[in-house]
Design a protein around this ligand. Structure first.
Ligand SMILES: NC(=O)c1ccc[n+]([C@@H]2O[C@H](COP(=O)([O-])OP(=O)(O)OC[C@H]3O[C@@H](n4cnc5c(N)ncnc54)[C@H](OP(=O)(O)O)[C@@H]3O)[C@@H](O)[C@H]2O)c1
Length: 304
């Protein structure tokens, strides 16, 4: 779909416009069962958006939906279940959403994890890159028909300032060489979130879909639940300095709902403001190579 060209003055120049989000826009939040995702859901539900909460287990996502309904009793809250560590799980989720809906206005790729031992997904991919990047890549591309149909849809990718610590080697995307370092795996995956955001924004520049990413801050969630030993200790030591989840959800909510974001795409946000991201994240060649690799590994393609 071509980006809308409004010739407002009859002059031979074009004005880009993006339609505003409808008041009852439908928003999907992945990893909405706890932490930042759950808090973002509560805040967006209070604004009366229709929410689709994703979780890995029926039990957890139903409990999350109940918590959201407690704070926003009139909001429309639906739930979906999928394990994002498997490509089959991600595709199944996209398929069920495509069969249920004709439009999706906002996709928040929030689900993520950090682990301190090397683990592989069902498809044989290192778990951190499988969940934090590959799942978001595939879900976004597979949901593109719904996003394009919504006119003025938004993709919001939850990254981290830790992307600045990445040492990304696309030849060793599964981190199978040398000693595994969970922080490096995580930082790499968060760099991939920014690279994916910028590359997708470039590829969608002729459409009405915008794509942005963010660092939520250091947020007091249970993000350390898969960690042990020194990683867990470091998290626990830092916790007194962390912001509460409600505050940590603010930039996600801003990108998902603020009117001014309609004309913003391909940006990295911190504290609701566009900020510079790392040098590597602006490497367009690296972004293209990551895109090609993600396409080859997943088999998903962007169809506009
Ligand atoms: N907390 C921070 O300081 C911080 C800082 C920067 C960036 N972030 C980013 O913020 C996002 C949310 O993190 P959080 O701090 O809110 O942590 P969290 O409470 O642990 O939330 C993570 C969510 O992702 C889900 N998830 C993990 N693996 C999954 C899988 N294989 N399939 C489906 N869902 C899965 C979790 O579901 P389960 O409950 O089933 O595991 C949970 O709902 C992440 O992308 C993280 O990288 C957090």
């Amino acid at each position: 779909m071509a980006r809308g060209n409004a010739e407002l003055t009859g002059e031979p120049h074009f004005v880009f416009y993006h339609p505003m989000l409808p008041a009852d826009a439908r928003m999907l939040i992945t990893g909405a069962t706890s932490g930042i995702g759950l808090e973002a859901a509560k805040q967006l539900a209070r604004m009366h958006y229709s929410l689709v909460l994703h979780g890995r287990s029926e039990l957890k996502v139903s409990a999350a939906a109940a918590l959201v309904r407690d704070v926003a009793p009139r909001a429309i809250i639906e739930t979906v279940v999928a394990d994002l560590s498997s490509l089959e799980g991600v595709r199944g989720l996209a398929e069920s959403l495509r069969s249920r809906y004709t439009q999706l206005h906002v996709l928040v790729n929030n689900a993520g994890l950090m682990v301190d031992t090397r683990q592989e997904s069902a498809d044989g991919h290192e778990l951190t890159w499988a969940v934090n990047h590959l799942a978001a890549f595939v879900l976004t591309l597979e949901l593109m028909p719904l996003l394009l149909a919504a006119e003025g849809a938004r993709v919001v990718n939850v990254s981290s300032d830790l992307h600045k610590q990445a040492h990304l080697d696309l030849q060793d995307i599964n981190l199978s060489r040398g000693k595994f370092n969970g922080v490096r795996a995580y930082a790499n995956s968060k760099l991939m979130n920014v690279l994916f955001t910028y590359e997708l924004a470039r590829r969608l520049s002729q459409s009405l879909v915008t794509v942005n990413c963010l660092h939520p801050g250091f947020v007091a969630t249970q993000f350390d639940r898969h960690l042990t030993g020194p990683f867990k200790l470091a998290w626990q030591i830092g916790l007194p300095f962390a912001i509460p989840p409600a505050e940590g959800a603010a930039t996600t909510v801003h990108l998902a709902s603020a009117p001014r974001i309609v004309n913003e795409s391909g940006k990295y946000y911190v504290s609701k403001r566009s900020r510079p991201s790392s040098k590597s994240s602006n490497d367009t060649m690296l972004a293209r190579q990551l895109w090609d690799l993600s396409e080859a590994v997943s088999g998903s393609k962007l169809v506009i």
